[in-house]
Design a protein around this ligand. Structure first.
Ligand SMILES: Cc1cc2nc3c(=O)[nH]c(=O)nc-3n(C[C@H](O)[C@H](O)[C@H](O)COP(=O)(O)OP(=O)(O)OC[C@H]3O[C@@H](n4cnc5c(N)ncnc54)[C@H](O)[C@@H]3O)c2cc1C
Length: 473
């Protein structure tokens, strides 16, 4: 059994501090009646709960979390807080120009609101808002900026982006493999576990009831007049008027969402502090980086001079079940270490302090989606596809407003009510995803190392696009 609270460096760091450890949140021990029951204590569930109490202070909200709040991806991610700038092309395809702009503006607003919220509530999650850079980390990745910059120009938001040739990129950070990139001036990084645990504490202080170690085995709309829902847990049933389903990649195991979400592993390795080495490569700002591989890699620093390197598109699951290999996988985390050393060879002798992973909820549209079912009694926000730190705040607020029957500019966003195209049925889904995913990583590696790829691998990797999904090369 993997103890994620010690394995994941972010969680281990946060839990040393009383304000992030917080008060205990005992497991549910008996039946309860509340107004809203939230299933899942990551960012989405906690933001929905917090916004509900903020908008309607008397409302009774209970969060039920199978593990501890923030022990899922919310406490383990790369900590990039981005809006939707990099997804502009996909958003235009899905929602047209106006819809895309509305989502991009909402994403930007949510970064401002997160910033304000952390300051107002004294949550020191190491938020550093210095933008991020898409980098070409191999010759074949050069030009990866063409599409995002072109779409940004069409949408009139090119002011947020700046093209960086090799010398301009070297002014931010030097690597022997960088070929140039593009800078986006809005976005930053956080210590993700501090944000998740800080949010847990503030939500509890605002009167949200939290029950950890409380898995919800069934969520059932109640029969009869008045409706409502029942969340069935091993030691009690919570009855509520509304439920929020905020279970991220675990939704792949449900009947309602199993065909819309495929879980994928992402793994991170973090070094020991090495501020002198960072200074040697000129990486003294808090700007964060990702590359243009289809199975993307992301890399950032911490205020105490570490590098955290993440790799996406790693292991999957044929069945859709999330198992322990998503928490830690030797090969996946080793890929993160190798990627780090390829980008920054001077870090080869800097110790790796920790390695861990987590599941990503991949959708065919690459975008989160929110909505309601069971006569508007169960509300969900899922499908962040690895971009949920900022957007989960937006989605939590949307869910809270929908439950309260309030319309806002955000509740009209096209992400609401949008259902991503289904993946093929099982067993083709699990098997197909595994084959295509492996081909995508093989294609990225071949292009990085040799500048060319064999036609079969290329065709397999491109299959999702050919099927109309917004995934892959
Ligand atoms: C390694 C990694 C790196 C990432 N990097 C970034 C990044 O840099 N930037 C970014 O924006 N996004 C990133 N992401 C994605 C981001 O972490 C997620 O999109 C975000 O945390 C989603 O929040 P959530 O609350 O919806 O889901 P989660 O944090 O997964 O919370 C869902 C919770 O539901 C609980 N749960 C599941 N089933 C049940 C049940 N039946 N009963 C009760 N509880 C249940 C789980 O235990 C979990 O705690 C990354 C993800 C991973 C794994």
């Amino acid at each position: 059994m993997i103890d994620i609270a010690t394995r994941c460096w972010w969680l281990a760091e946060a839990l040393q501090h009383p304000e992030f450890r917080g008060e205990p949140a005992p497991a549910l021990g008996a039946d309860a009646d509340v107004d809203v029951v939230v299933v899942g204590g990551g960012y989405t569930g906690l933001w929905a709960a917090w916004h509900l109490r903020e908008l309607e202070p008397g409302i009774d909200v209970a969060v039920l979390e199978r593990d501890e709040c923030g022990f899922g991806p919310s406490g383990r991610n790369g900590g990039f807080i981005n809006g939707f700038y990099d997804h502009a092309g996909t958003l235009v395809d899905l929602f047209g120009r106006d819809g895309a702009l509305a989502v991009i503006e909402a994403g930007a607003r949510t970064i401002d609101e997160l910033d304000t919220w952390m300051t107002a509530h004294g949550v020191d999650a190491w938020f550093r808002r210095e933008g991020y850079i898409g980098v070409a980390s191999a010759p074949r990745q050069a030009g990866g900026w063409t599409e995002p910059l072109g779409v940004a120009r069409e949408l009139g938001i090119e002011g947020r982006h700046r093209l960086l040739d090799k010398p301009a990129l070297a002014a931010y950070v030097r690597s022997p493999v960088f070929e140039g990139g593009h800078f986006v001036d809005d976005g930053g990084t956080v210590q993700p576990a501090r944000l998740a645990r800080g949010l847990r504490r503030i939500a509890m202080e605002h009167g949200v009831r939290v029950h950890e170690h409380t898995p919800v085995n069934r969520l059932i709309p109640t029969r009869g007049a008045g409706g409502g829902v029942e969340a069935v847990t091993p030691r009690g049933i919570v009855r509520a008027k509304h439920a929020v389903l905020a279970i991220n990649a675990w939704a792949a195991g449900t009947r309602r969402f199993g065909s819309r979400i495929v879980p994928r592993g992402s793994y991170i390795a973090i070094t020991a502090p090495a501020p002198d080495r960072l200074a040697e490569i000129g990486w003294t700002s808090a700007v964060s980086l990702y590359d243009y591989r289809s199975a993307l890699r992301y890399v950032r620093t911490t205020p105490d001079g570490r590098i955290a390197m993440g790799v996406g598109g790693e292991r999957g699951t044929l069945s859709g079940r999330i198992d322990a290999r998503f928490d830690f996988d030797e090969r996946g985390t080793q890929h993160a270490v190798e990627a780090l050393h390829r980008l920054f060879p001077s870090f080869r002798d800097v110790p790796i302090d920790a390695r861990w992973g987590g599941p990503i909820d991949v959708t065919s549209s690459h975008q989160p989606f929110a909505g309601s079912f069971a006569d508007d009694r169960i509300h969900y926000a899922l499908g962040y596809t690895g971009n949920g730190v900022g957007p989960s705040h937006l989605m939590g607020k949307i869910l809270a407003n929908r439950i309260l029957g309030r319309e806002t500019v955000d509740t009209h966003l096209p992400l609401v009510g949008h259902e991503p195209r289904r993946f093929p049925p099982q067993p083709f889904r699990g098997l197909g995803a595994a084959i295509v995913n492996a081909a995508t990583v093989r294609r990225d590696d071949a292009l990085d190392e040799r500048g060319r790829v064999d036609p079969i691998t290329d065709r397999l990797a491109r299959m999702p696009r050919r099927m109309g999904y917004h995934l892959g090369p």
